[in-house]
Design a binder for this molecule. Structure first.
Ligand SMILES: Nc1ncnc2c1ncn2[C@@H]1O[C@H](COP(=O)(O)OP(=O)(O)OP(=O)(O)O)[C@@H](O)[C@H]1O
Length: 317
């Protein structure tokens, strides 16, 4: 059974629809990757799930978490859910951490509020949580301020705060983008381990298919506010059906590849006001035909084992 089910999600700002027809499920303990370039709608999807859309944003469709319809849940219940069951971490931990409180105080605050812990117990639990996210010298670090930690350590501290309420689902929005490659690998290892140890589901948002390749079981590829392709990670990587997925895969830097010769996708994601009438990827697609510009392609199951929104998927994959 699904822990989270997103069905036909749309997000609008006034007359502008930035997201449309987005559907996916996450099972308990599953890691789902949501991938796409900047502007494809990944963050908006996450914020709609959290009930934290920017001012003026309106969500339609259905988001079900453990049988509760999140789009109709009263704000107080939503607040409780954000503390108790669903947690989110962002790309830049410094903007989410409070600079004038120690890491320990910030974790303890969550523990007191959501788990009703007393001050001394909360401090001890904060140290345990810092150990869980593999911060060395946790007993000392717990009393330090965010600016005293490195970027990688701050992200680990953010994860510790997110874990303090023992969420069933962790939404990680570009958690490693601001970090250098080695630190990035460490954070991904940590997420993989935590997921195994705690059995929590993870929704991992990234623009980098390389990041999802060995941590996610399933992948949703988004383009210009719609799902371009979705399926098991293995299938997506071995036999991608959508030309956009293939282009993203070709853009993953490979160590053995010639340096400075990375195949890029020409052009940029259109802004919502300029979304084409037909396939939104058509203007950048090497395989586009006039038929692609007539109507938006529907997501359909393909023999390769994924679902793709491309009318030429069988011919081009
Ligand atoms: N406050 C806002 N009001 C109106 N439109 C917005 C607002 N914030 C974002 N958008 C639009 O919503 C679309 C999706 O943005 P979103 O941030 O979800 O993309 P993304 O894939 O997460 O990209 P990034 O990796 O850059 O965050 C974009 O076209 C963006 O211009």
């Amino acid at each position: 059974m699904s822990l989270l089910s997103v069905q036909d999600l749309a997000v609008s700002f006034g007359p502008t629809r930035v997201l449309e027809g987005v559907s996916f499920d996450i099972a308990e303990g599953e890691v789902l990757g949501v991938v796409g370039e900047s502007g494809s709608g990944k963050s908006m999807t996450a914020l709609a799930i959290m009930g934290l859309l920017p001012i003026g944003g309106r969500a339609a469709g259905r988001i079900t978490f453990q049988d509760r319809d999140l789009l109709t849940l009263p704000e107080r219940a939503m607040q409780r859910l954000r503390g108790d069951s669903v947690a989110m971490i962002f790309q830049e931990p410094m903007s989410s951490l409070n600079p004038v409180l120690t890491i320990g105080e910030q974790i303890a605050e969550v523990l007191r509020r959501h788990r009703g812990m007393r001050r001394r117990d909360a401090h001890a639990e904060a140290v345990s949580l810092l150990k869980l996210v593999e911060i060395a010298a946790a007993e000392r670090r717990v009393d330090e301020y965010p600016h005293q930690l490195s970027g990688g350590m701050r992200q680990r501290a953010m994860i510790a705060i997110a874990l303090a309420c023992r969420p069933k689902l962790l939404i990680a929005d570009e958690p490693t983008t601001a970090l250098d490659a080695t630190v990035q690998a460490g954070i991904l290892d940590l997420l993989r381990g935590l997921r195994r140890e705690l059995g929590m589901a993870v929704l991992l948002i990234t623009h980098d298919l390389g990041v999802v390749s060995d941590i996610c079981e399933r992948v949703v590829v988004m383009y210009a506010g719609r799902v371009a392709e979705a399926g098991p990670a293995g299938r997506i990587f071995e036999q991608p059906a959508h030309p956009y997925t293939r282009a993203l895969l070709a853009a993953i830097p490979r160590l053995e590849g010639p340096i400075g010769d990375l195949p890029a996708i020409p052009g940029v994601v259109p802004s919502p006001a300029d979304f084409p009438k037909g396939c939104r990827f058509a203007p950048r697609c090497a395989h586009a035909r006039p038929a692609c510009e007539v109507a938006p392609p529907v997501l359909r199951a393909l023999p390769s084992g994924t679902e793709a929104a491309c009318i030429r998927a069988e011919e081009v994959s």
